[in-house]
Design a protein around this ligand. Structure first.
Ligand code: FES
Ligand SMILES: [Fe+2]
Length: 425
C-alpha cells in the first residue's frame, strides 16, 4: 500500500514532477530505427508528457526536436524532410537535426533572423534497433545502455511495441511479478517435467518444469536496480533442488527476464505521459536469425500483430477497456482461463483494467508482491534523494556493465544460494 502522496510521487512524470525530473536523466527509447526512413516521414514521439518529432535525414543522421516549430508552433511531424533538415509547411522555416534554423524564407534576408533562433534539439543514438534520446540538462547524459543482445545482427531480433492506456508503473509492476504467470498465462504455460522452460518451435504451449503456483520471491539489490528470484518446487526431484527464475529490474523502466531456448527477452516501458505507456517487447535469438515464420508466430502469440491487433502507426490496440479487451466468455467455458487472445495482451488487459493511475491506497500486498514492493521503495527513496540531496538517479550512482547482465533460469540444488549459482543457460 502507498499513501496518496507516495503514489503521486511514484507515478507522475511530467516536467515539474519529481519523478519526471529524475526520469529525464536516463536515455529513453523515442522510436524504432526502422520507423525512420532516410529522408522519409518524421514521427511523433510522446515522452514524459511532452511531444517531440523524430526524423532521419538523407545523410542518415537522426534528429529529435520539440514537435512544434519555433516560429509559431505548427507541428514539425507534418514538415517536409528536405536535405537533412525539416522544412515547416506553414512558413517554410528549415531546421536541421542539431536544432539550427537554416532558413526563414518569409523574413527579409538582412534581418538574419535564422541566426537568432534555435529549436530545442536532444542528444540521440541508435542501438539495438532502438533510437534513444536524452531529455535532461545538456552535459548530464549517463553512459549509453548497451545490452548484450544489441551486438547481434538485426535479423536476430524482433521488437514489438504497443501503446498501453495506463500509467507506466502499472506496466512495470506486471513484469516483476512472477506469480501471475501461473494464472494469467495458464492458457499457454503448462507444467511439464523437465529441466528448463521450453517454447516449442511450433509455438505450442510453453513447457515449464514446475506446477508450483506460489513461488517464493527473494530480492537482491544491485547497482542497476535489483534482481529477484522466483523459487518454485520442480516436478522432478523437488526434495533436492529448486526451480529458480531470475528477473532483472534495470532502473527506471526496463526488465530482463528469462526466456527459453537461447532467446533473450527484455521489456521496456516508456512513459508517454501520466496515463499512457509505450510498451516495447524485445526478443532476441542468439543462435541464428529469426525466420519469418517464427516472427509471425511470436507476434501472433503475443497478441500484438501490426495491422491486426494494433494500428501500425500509433500502436493503439483494438482491444481496450470499452470492449473488455475482446474477452471471449464462451472460450472460458471451453478451456481458456482468460478468454483472451495473446500472452502480452493478457498482461496489458490486467494493467489497463486497474484504471489510468491505480490508487494504491486500496491494495493488499502479499508475499508474492515482494519484488513490486522493492521496486517502489527503491524508486521512491531514489527520487527523494535525487530531489532533496542531489544524489544520482537510481541505478546510475556507479558504472554498470550492461553487456554483462543476464536473466537466467536454473535448477539450483538445495543448500546452494541462487545468487552463487547464476550461470547463464
Ligand atoms: S510555424 Fe513553422 S514556419 Fe511558421
Ligand atoms: Fe505476464
Amino acid at each position: 500500500m502507498l499513501t496518496r502522496e507516495e503514489n503521486e510521487q511514484l507515478c507522475r512524470i511530467g516536467p515539474d514532477a519529481p519523478m519526471g525530473r529524475m526520469l529525464r536523466r536516463y536515455w529513453i527509447p523515442a522510436a524504432l530505427g526502422h520507423e525512420l526512413e532516410a529522408g522519409g516521414a518524421p514521427r511523433r514521439a510522446r515522452l514524459l508528457g511532452e511531444d517531440f518529432v523524430v526524423f532521419r535525414g538523407n545523410d542518415g543522421v537522426i534528429g529529435v526536436l520539440d514537435e512544434l516549430c519555433p516560429h509559431r508552433g505548427a507541428s514539425l511531424v507534418l514538415a517536409r524532410n528536405e536535405d537533412c533538415a525539416l522544412r515547416c509547411l506553414y512558413h517554410g522555416w528549415k531546421i536541421d537535426a542539431s536544432g539550427r534554423v537554416i532558413e526563414t524564407p518569409a523574413e527579409p534576408k538582412e534581418h538574419h533572423f535564422a541566426d537568432r533562433v534555435r529549436a530545442n534539439a536532444y542528444p540521440v543514438y541508435e542501438a539495438g534497433g532502438i533510437v534513444w534520446t536524452y531529455l535532461g540538462p545538456p552535459g548530464t547524459e549517463p553512459p549509453k545502455m548497451e545490452f548484450h543482445w544489441m551486438s547481434l545482427p538485426a535479423e536476430h531480433r524482433m521488437i514489438q511495441k504497443a501503446r498501453e492506456e495506463c500509467n507506466w508503473v502499472q506496466c512495470l509492476e506486471g513484469v516483476i511479478d512472477s506469480a501471475h504467470s501461473g494464472f494469467l498465462h495458464s492458457n499457454v504455460i503448462k507444467p511439464v517435467p523437465g529441466e528448463k522452460t521450453i517454447i516449442p518451435e511450433d509455438q505450442g504451449n510453453t513447457q515449464r518444469p514446475s506446477d508450483d503456483l506460489a513461488p517464493r520471491i527473494e530480492v537482491e539489490d544491485t547497482p542497476f536496480g535489483f534482481r529477484y528470484a522466483a523459487i518454485r518446487r520442480p516436478l522432478i526431484d523437488p526434495e533436492v533442488r529448486d526451480y529458480v527464475r531470475v528477473t532483472l529490474f534495470i532502473a527506471p523502466f526496463i526488465a530482463l527476464f528469462p526466456a527459453a531456448n537461447g532467446w533473450t527477452s527484455m521489456q521496456i516501458f516508456v512513459p508517454m505521459d501520466d496515463e499512457h505507456t509505450m510498451f516495447h517487447f524485445v526478443q532476441t535469438r542468439h543462435d541464428k536469425p529469426i525466420d519469418d515464420l517464427t516472427r509471425t508466430r511470436r507476434a501472433k502469440r503475443s497478441g500484438m500483430q501490426l495491422g491486426i491487433d494494433l494500428d501500425p502507426l500509433t500502436y493503439r490496440k483494438i482491444r481496450h477497456r470499452e470492449n473488455n479487451w475482446l474477452q471471449d466468455r464462451a472460450a472460458m467455458n471451453t478451456g481458456s482461463f482468460t478468454g483472451m487472445h495473446g500472452v502480452n495482451n493478457e498482461d496489458i488487459a490486467m494493467q489497463e483494467s486497474m484504471g489510468p493511475i491505480y490508487d494504491r491506497r486500496k491494495e493488499h500486498l502479499g508475499a508474492s508482491d515482494i519484488a513490486v514492493i522493492r521496486m517502489r521503495r527503491i524508486m521512491l527513496d531514489g527520487v527523494r534523494r535525487f530531489v532533496e540531496e542531489g544524489a544520482p538517479p537510481v541505478g546510475l550512482s556507479e558504472p554498470v556493465d550492461y553487456t554483462a547482465l543476464r536473466a537466467v533460469e536454473r535448477m539450483v540444488p538445495r543448500g546452494v544460494r541462487w545468487q552463487d549459482d547464476l550461470v547463464a543457460t
